[in-house]
Design a protein. Structure first.
Length: 301
């Protein structure tokens, strides 16, 4: 791995968040530990102008590191200005031209497996939070699609990957953010960009670095929260990731359709009711029955 210009940018925003945390009501007593937990995010990064598939780059780097007797550091980053073969869920083609910000972050999962969905939630939250802080009212559609004015401006794909030699599992968080893309193919009617929705160009990697730093901070919050649950003296039902998701969500109390692969089949419709501490969604069906889902996709009706 190597340091790209992104490492310095991300470090700046991590330091900024640490200063804000030191002055906040909830985080001030935990600021030093949260800073330590998030400190490695993006410290090692690779940036390419044009790439094929960042997941492929990340997986090869993990395996090559092991072959040389090393481990990839949790928080290692691969980023690109443009991707030629980006894919979303179910191998859907992700339109990833120049003007966007595309990255994959490799995380060594410290959370219990039942809470791994919090990593994915955190990614959508980070994007929405920073875009809001930069002046636009973006929101999150469960689980982590980021929308602005009804247009999807960012998508996230989370994968787990087992290293070939050690079988160590890594969480790979991939994100595509449509920043300065000025048009989209006709077969992507929902797609939008910050440029299209605001009429102005944005500093792509300043924005993305701020998002990556916030993602690191949110992951640190999740890990700190779980650690406190194991200490009966400090245990709290307050899950900072769920709280943050609720504050920027545009999902709850809306009529939705659901499908595991919604482009192929809508399985049912209902009302998005609430979110659980593990990130799963409660939906009230037309019959009045409430069900819980922890995977799949929703669309607004």
């Amino acid at each position: 791995m190597q340091q790209s210009f992104l490492s310095e940018k991300i470090g700046y925003f991590l330091a900024r968040d640490a200063c804000l945390a030191a002055n906040s009501n909830y985080e001030k007593d935990r600021a030093a530990e949260l800073k330590a937990r998030s400190n490695l995010i993006g410290r090692y990064s690779v940036h390419v102008k044009r790439g094929y598939d960042l997941f492929d780059l990340a997986q090869k780097a993990i395996d090559n590191a092991e072959k040389s007797g090393k481990d990839i550091i949790s928080g290692s980053l691969w980023a690109a200005d443009e991707l030629t073969h980006a894919k979303g869920r179910f191998n859907r083609i992700w339109y990833a031209p120049r003007g966007g910000a595309y990255f994959v972050l490799a995380i060594y999962p410290k959370l219990e497996r039942c809470y791994w969905s919090l990593y994915s939630l955190a990614c959508g939250i980070a994007i929405a939070q920073i875009i809001r802080e930069w002046g636009c009212d973006a929101g999150v559609r469960w689980i982590n699609d980021v929308l602005l004015h009804g247009k999807k401006i960012a998508g996230i794909l989370t994968k787990s990957y087992k290293a070939q030699l050690s079988q160590q599992t890594y969480i790979l968080l991939g994100a595509g953010i449509n920043v300065n893309i000025d048009s989209f193919p006709d077969h992507l009617p929902e797609a939008g960009s910050l440029l299209c929705e605001t009429g102005k160009k944005w500093p792509v990697w300043d924005l993305a670095s701020h998002i990556i730093a916030r993602l690191g901070w949110l992951i640190a919050l999740a890990e700190q929260w779980e650690a406190e649950q194991m200490d009966s003296l400090n245990a709290s039902p307050y899950n900072p990731i769920i709280y943050a998701w609720e504050r920027c969500n545009i999902t709850l109390k809306r009529q939705i359709s659901y499908g595991y692969n919604i482009d192929q089949e809508v399985e049912f419709t209902g009302l998005a009711h609430s979110i659980e501490q593990d990130g799963s969604l409660n939906i009230v069906l037309e019959s009045g029955e409430m069900i819980n889902i922890n995977s799949g996709e929703i669309r607004f009706l």
